[in-house]
Design a protein around this ligand. Structure first.
Ligand SMILES: Nc1ncnc2c1ncn2[C@@H]1O[C@H](COP(=O)(O)OP(=O)(O)OP(=O)(O)O)[C@@H](O)[C@H]1O
Ligand SMILES: [Mg+2]
Length: 472
């Protein structure tokens, strides 16, 4: 029988004084017998060790030649944002240590070291790491059981997606979520936030194309009173609202190039400058961006900056199309049957034996959202308890009624230009109304159905003052 050998937690000591390293190592062997101690004589070696093995606590000197403790701390947290790091500092450098705590160090001790106090701090640090690890394992378990909140699907592709979502949630890296319309990009952004250490802080979703171009900058970064005519009080931007949490820039491909430059600065400096403000202020916001556009193509066309693209795509996540996870269709369909049932307050329904066949054969251009809508309609139109093939209306072309542009006689007899304008207005309103009804207010899907670009559709909505959210 094999016996489970317990894995000892590891403390990494980092200092460029070899005597201190060996002295501490000896002391810890006595004071912390259930801990393994490894040492590194500079920041770079420490980073190498951290890349190769799990370290429970890093105990590191601030003053080191070459790369100092603060820079090393930043680099550690770039890849391991939750790593427990205790810094050692001389008496004269307490201010530095306080600064280090602000930058994410977990605690600090002063030199000359007082071994009892140091041991107590390290024990607490070990406890913290253990707790974080337990949390992480728990979340991993939740993910691998396919239960990333609200995500349905057990195919291998979805399992891989859950793993990537978890990896993204464990880090603070900017993440680009790509995928066709209705594949669950927004759901994914929310899941990453909810599984991350920022979950208790705000999650702000920005539908970039829905905000008029001239307002996008002030909406994102805010403005000061008097910044422009009509700015009668300070306005907090969406980045500041998301401070401590996550902002998701939905349909990032649609933001104008001049704003892309400003966004790049936020990504580089983690600073925002409200319109009319003299100085920038720091924000702690994790950025997620999503798009169904071909950004590489946009880069070639000159409408998307490549430097922004590379900054956004530190981690990238691809949402599978529904046809690529066809084996999950029955699971998803049954899930939407339940949710539609409670949305519509209808009695419990089930699918007939043959009902699943057309769902499995359809090509789902609107992906999961389209499936959800097909099931909603079926629940609505099926009077009995069993949903049959005939209740599942698939691949419907856009229904435009023949009376969409009623040409009344009195309209015709008016001057041509005015009459035409009225007809076009009336047609557009009815068209957009039916389009948004069909797409449940989803702009990407509506753009696809109408074969308009999202930007063109947004322009029409603004011109006619139509709010797509009312159709959701
Ligand atoms: N795996 C899934 N399990 C359950 N529901 C899902 C899943 N994926 C997507 N959905 C649901 O499908 C709908 C569309 O998802 P979402 O809005 O996240 O897609 P999207 O990719 O952002 O779409 P668009 O590009 O049109 O904005 C939502 O109601 C969402 O809850
Ligand atoms: Mg979306």
């Amino acid at each position: 029988m094999t016996k489970n050998v317990p894995v000892l937690p590891v403390i990494l000591l980092v200092d460029d004084e070899p005597d201190l390293l060996s002295g501490l190592k000896r002391s810890f062997a006595k004071r912390l017998p259930d801990v393994k101690v490894v040492t590194a004589s500079d920041g770079r070696k420490a980073l190498d060790i951290l890349a190769q093995q799990n370290i429970a606590v890093v105990l590191m000197d601030i003053m080191m030649s070459d790369m100092d403790g603060l820079e090393t701390l930043d680099r550690i947290h770039n890849t391991l944002p939750k790593q427990t790091v205790v810094l050692m500092t001389g008496y004269g450098t307490i201010e530095l240590a306080v600064n280090a705590i602000r930058r994410g160090a977990w605690d600090f001790v002063t030199k000359p070291l007082e071994l009892d106090a140091l041991t107590r701090i390290l024990k607490k640090g070990l406890e913290r790491s253990e707790l974080l690890n337990e949390n992480k394992n728990l979340r991993k378990k939740i993910c691998s059981s396919g239960a990333v909140p609200e995500f349905i699907g057990q195919s291998a592709t979805m399992q891989r997606l859950y793993e990537t979502i978890q990896t993204s949630a464990d880090s603070d890296y900017t993440t680009l979520i790509r995928g066709a319309s209705g594949t669950g990009k927004e759901l994914c952004a929310r899941a990453i936030h909810n599984l991350s250490k920022r979950s208790a802080k705000p999650f702000v979703m920005v539908n970039c194309p829905a905000i008029p171009e001239n307002l996008l900058e002030s909406e994102l970064f805010g403005y000061r009173k008097g910044a422009f005519t009509g700015a009668d009080k300070n306005h907090i931007g969406l980045f500041a609202q998301a401070d401590g949490g996550t902002i998701c820039l939905d349909e990032i491909g649609d933001i104008p190039v001049n704003l892309q430059i400003k966004l790049l600065r936020v990504l580089q400096e983690q600073e925002i400058k409200p319109l009319g403000a003299e100085t920038s202020s720091t924000v702690d916001v994790r950025i997620i961006a999503s798009t169904n556009a071909n950004l590489e193509q946009k880069i070639v066309e000159g409408t998307f900056r490549d430097d922004l693209f590379y900054r956004l795509e530190v981690l990238s996540l691809h949402m599978p199309s529904l046809v690529d996870i066809a084996e999950d269709i029955p699971l998803l369909a049954n899930h939407f049957l339940k949710t539609a049932g409670s949305e519509l307050n209808s009695s419990e329904k089930s699918f007939s034996e043959t009902a699943m066949t057309p769902l499995l054969e359809h090509n789902w251009p609107g992906n999961i959202r389209e499936l959800q809508n097909v099931i909603r309609r079926a629940v609505l139109f099926c009077p009995g308890p069993v949903i049959e093939k005939k209740h599942l209306v698939l691949g419907q072309s856009f229904p435009l009624s023949s009376s969409a542009t009623p040409l009344e006689m009195d309209t015709i007899i008016r001057p041509y230009k005015a009459a035409k304008g009225e007809c076009v207005d009336s047609f557009t309103r009815q068209y957009v109304h039916a389009l948004l009804k069909e797409s449940k207010g989803n702009i990407s899907y509506a753009a696809r159905l109408s074969q308009l670009t999202r930007a063109a559709l947004q322009k029409i909505l603004r011109r006619y003052d139509i709010d797509n959210d009312q159709y959701r």
